[in-house]
Design a protein around this ligand. Structure first.
Ligand SMILES: [Zn+2]
Length: 399
């Protein structure tokens, strides 16, 4: 009878003891963790923050002295430290400086340099240290869509897109679609983009990852690709660049979207054959952009054309802009795609404000909207897998 008792002891009592000891240790441990957390919370609560919004004419020295109550010595140290970490940093009107205190004593500050980076300045025992760090965003991928009913801008806002995303979407398709004059009721768009969350709050957006825009029955797709240097380009599914030698139109939606409250019908119909060029509806003063990189071959008065600009883009292409009210560039100047070159007017032989726009191909005037314009180089081989991945992940969300 002794052996069974020994066994019972072995298989029941010992594990029971182990279990009880382990359990009580666990309880003690969790109490300890809780206490630590509570301590941490109490500790964290001793940190307080104060935001200061920069106003016009502010200088950092005055802000530090007035808003943070710092003496001359500390202020100088902070400025030197900031300059060392981020040379030439300029504070911007409307941005915020976040002051950090511990038990009411100044500990330092943080300031967003841009959307991606912030500078953190800590002051401890008279020593100042500044570091530039990435803003710790959480990224949420969002799918959205809309239909053109009144104007791209208003229709974008109505489905919850921010002005920035609307402009970026127009930028993605700037070589395919004339967003100012050629959107139709019923055109629609689908897009996948990154929403940025900081400390639990939606604070903005980052890139459009994939998008589709259906304009006048034609589907245009674009997928984001990032190269090893961090440069972003958009490609079609087959690897063709979205970027082309020339933009679709010299009237950039990004510059003038606020002027448009409803979509317009195509302004060209019927007028094309008559005078070799298209007349784009726009009011006096509307900004005019160069549709491509190039060299200005004419900038000045030109008879019936009034104030006139002509630009040579290479590869046999040239463009001309007439009846302008203002010219911002000089003959012989180099211009870049999207550069502001003039403003719409009604100079020369013109019945009212509009932009007369011409595209020349090998010396012949061609229809700018119907002419195939050379594309940028296709996607490099090493980035093809990334494009394929993006297409696989998002294409079906664009339907
Ligand atoms: Zn005309």
């Amino acid at each position: 009878m002794r052996k069974p008792i020994f066994f019972i002891l072995l298989i029941v009592v010992i594990p029971l003891i182990v279990f009880l000891v382990w359990g009580s240790l666990k309880v003690a441990n969790s109490l300890k963790v809780k206490a630590q957390l509570r301590d941490q919370e109490v500790y964290q609560a001793r940190f307080t923050h104060k935001d200061y919004t920069i106003v016009k004419g502010d200088v950092i020295v005055a802000i530090l002295q007035k808003e943070a109550g710092l003496d001359y010595d500390t202020t100088t140290k902070i400025i030197n430290s900031i300059n060392k970490a981020q040379k030439g940093l300029q504070i911007k009107e409307g941005n915020k400086i976040n002051f950090i205190y511990f038990d009411g004593i100044f500990q330092g500050l943080s300031y967003d340099i841009n959307d991606e980076k912030f500078i953190k300045v800590s002051v401890e025992n008279g020593n100042v240290n500044s570091v530039v760090e990435n803003i710790p965003y959480e990224v949420e991928v969002v799918v959205n869509k809309g239909t053109i009913q009144s104007s791209f801008y208003a229709d974008g806002v109505s489905v919850g897109l921010t002005p920035r995303v609307i402009m970026e979407l127009a930028g993605v398709f700037a070589w395919d679609i004339d967003f100012v004059n050629s959107l139709y009721e019923g055109d629609n768009f689908y897009l996948v983009y990154e929403k940025l969350i900081r400390d639990g709050e939606a604070v903005g957006t980052r890139d459009i990852l994939a998008a589709r825009f259906t304009n006048d029955g034609t589907d245009y797709y674009a997928y984001r690709v990032v190269d090893e240097k961090g440069n972003i380009k958009y490609y079609a599914e087959n690897g063709d660049a979205k970027k082309r030698l020339l933009l679709k139109t010299p009237l950039n939606f990004k510059r003038i979207s606020s002027q448009f409250t409803r979509s317009r019908r195509h302004p060209v119909t019927g007028a094309w054959r008559a005078h070799k060029g298209i007349d784009l509806a726009a009011s006096t003063g509307t900004p005019v952009e160069s549709v491509g990189d190039g060299v200005v071959t004419y900038a000045g008065n030109n008879g019936g054309y009034g104030k006139f600009i002509k630009i040579n883009h290479g590869q046999g292409f040239a463009t001309a802009y007439a009846h302008l009210s203002k010219i911002y560039i000089k003959n012989g100047a180099r211009v870049t795609q999207g550069q502001l070159i003039g403003a719409v007017g009604t100079t020369g032989t013109s019945t009212g404000p509009h932009l007369h726009y011409e595209m020349h191909k090998n010396g012949v005037v061609v229809h700018p909207f119907n002419t195939e314009v050379p594309k940028d180089v296709p996607i490099p081989k090493d980035l093809k897998p990334q494009l394929a991945e993006t297409v696989a992940e998002y294409k079906e969300k664009l339907n």
